[in-house]
Design a protein around this ligand. Structure first.
Ligand SMILES: Cc1ncc(COP(=O)(O)O)c(C=O)c1O
Length: 475
């Protein structure tokens, strides 16, 4: 155990009801005649059991059993854990999510939007928001954020653009903004919220990438404190919980129909929620809310500052900095080498230096300074970037042909839901130009739409469709 971890473990213990209940259940095993059928790992493949550990399989259970409470409705330790999370994040109510923030966005759309209702949403939103609208039948009105052409990414959404949309579409029922972008670009949510209040429409904010913000003063302010009505947080992305686990928060003073959101969540969620995932959300909140968690986050911020300072000294490699009119989340470091594509830089880091980054595009790559990264990790990355900066790597064409970050403005020919459910045919990609798309094409990361059902397919889409041989189009 490193000294850093030993020291962290000594710091404040914070209440974590699901973790405690699961521990109690583990220490007091019953004769089990219920799901999951592997029965504490006895029925598992030995190799898998060895890999994951007997203890992990012993605590792999679902709600209903062992006095662990239920998720829908929230009872027992699960209810208590959700209440503690609401307090820690500054929300009126918090729902634990399985199936990630995707589940939260689906529930918000299903619970709060209606067929034919117009929703103002940034084009670079995650596909889960669009899936939600396909389910509810709401129609997106596309907000086009600033473009950072030089970096090949979308930038911030301006309050002025939101106000223009609301002025020109008095029947719009809601504004739904993604903040920050995947690369950490932050919009002025305070002003956007003031605009929404002026026009009397709710504001939802997809903060999938921002669950750390409430726990460190060097990070931007969460929309929960800036007048938004609801926020999703992918705790599993940066908050320290296990993959797939997220949270949906309803803001303190919001008058959203919370009951409708809860009912939608109940329908969308599995009926066998993993207690391990729920416990990991409880643990992540308890950790972030403790002195230990705050120290880990402080370290992540300091590491990010160090990485940025060191990149500033390089000749060819640069990082996206806060500039006029927008801020960034310092822990998300978008890097590019002016000689190489982002994909090429990613492959050099991976093959030559055994480094895996968050994502890469034709333009650049994204490094996350995480709460779990040590200074030694960052020093290694800096050393490798220094070596690359001084070497003569060249680009490889096949890595460049494909475009990754969809930045096209759609030509809409049919409503999203009608097109999704219309009769379709599958054609070779080249024959689809001039036809109307019938499927969602939004690869992850970042899950941003290249094409949506109902949109005209043009020549400009082709560089984004390198991996597709065929596309579904409307008959
Ligand atoms: C902005 C945004 N919202 C929502 C999601 C969905 O989150 P999850 O993977 O937790 O379902 C993502 C995932 O990448 C995202 O980038």
């Amino acid at each position: 155990m490193t000294d850093v971890i030993k020291k962290e473990n000594k710091l404040t213990k914070v209440k974590a009801p699901i973790v405690e209940a699961l521990k109690k259940a583990y220490e007091n095993p019953t004769y089990q005649f219920h799901i999951p059928g592997h029965t504490k790992g006895n029925g598992s493949l030995p190799e898998f059991k060895k890999l994951i550990g007997k203890k992990a399989l012993s605590i792999d259970t679902t709600d209903e059993f062992d006095n662990l409470g239920t998720l829908h409705p929230a009872t027992g330790p699960i209810k208590e854990a959700q209440e503690l999370a609401a307090k820690a994040f500054g929300a009126q109510k918090t729902f634990f999510l399985l199936n990630g923030s995707t589940a939260g966005n689906l529930a918000l759309a299903m619970g709060l939007t209606k067929k034919g209702q117009k929703i103002i949403v940034n084009r670079n939103c995650h596909r889960s928001i669009l899936t939600g609208m396909i389910i509810s039948g709401a129609e997106p009105l596309w907000l086009v954020p600033n473009r950072f052409e030089e970096w090949g990414i979308w930038g911030n959404v301006t309050p002025e653009s939101v106000e223009d949309m609301l002025k020109n579409n008095p029947d719009a029922g809601m504004v739904w903004i993604t903040n920050p972008t995947y690369e950490g670009v932050v919009s002025d949510i305070k002003s956007i919220s003031a605009v929404c209040k002026k026009y009397n429409v709710p504001l939802l904010v997809d903060e999938a990438h921002a669950c750390l913000w409430n726990f460190n003063d060097h990070l931007p302010t969460t929309a929960l404190k800036l007048g938004a009505d609801a926020v999703v947080h992918s705790l599993h992305k940066t908050g320290g919980s296990m993959s797939q686990s997220s949270m949906l928060h309803i803001a303190e003073n919001s008058s959203l129909n919370v009951d409708a959101v809860e009912k939608a969540l109940k329908l969308l969620h599995t009926t066998s929620p993993s207690l391990m995932l729920l416990a990991s959300l409880d643990a992540a909140r308890a950790n972030l809310d403790s002195q230990r968690g705050r120290k880990q986050l402080e370290r992540a911020v300091k590491n990010a500052k160090y990485l940025r300072r060191e990149i500033d000294k390089l000749e060819h490699i640069h990082h996206l900095k806060p500039d006029f009119g927008y801020k960034t989340d310092i822990t998300k470091v978008f890097i590019k080498d002016d000689r190489l594509s982002g994909k090429r830089l990613e492959s050099i880091l991976e093959i030559d230096f055994n480094i895996e980054v968050e994502s890469a595009s034709d333009a650049g790559l994204l490094v996350l300074s995480n709460i779990g990264n040590t200074r030694a990790d960052m020093q290694y990355l800096v050393k490798c970037l220094q070596k690359i900066d001084q070497s003569h790597y060249s680009d490889i064409c096949y890595l460049e042909n494909k475009k990754h970050m969809p930045m096209l403005e759609p030509v809409i020919k049919m409503s999203l839901r009608d097109a999704y459910y219309a009769e379709k045919e599958t054609l070779p990609k080249e024959k689809c130009i001039g036809r109307i798309a019938g499927e969602v094409i939004a690869e992850c990361p970042p899950g941003i739409a290249v094409l949506l059902p109902g949109e005209l397919i043009t020549e400009a889409h082709m560089p984004y469709l390198v991996d597709y041989e065929t596309i579904e189009v409307i008959k």
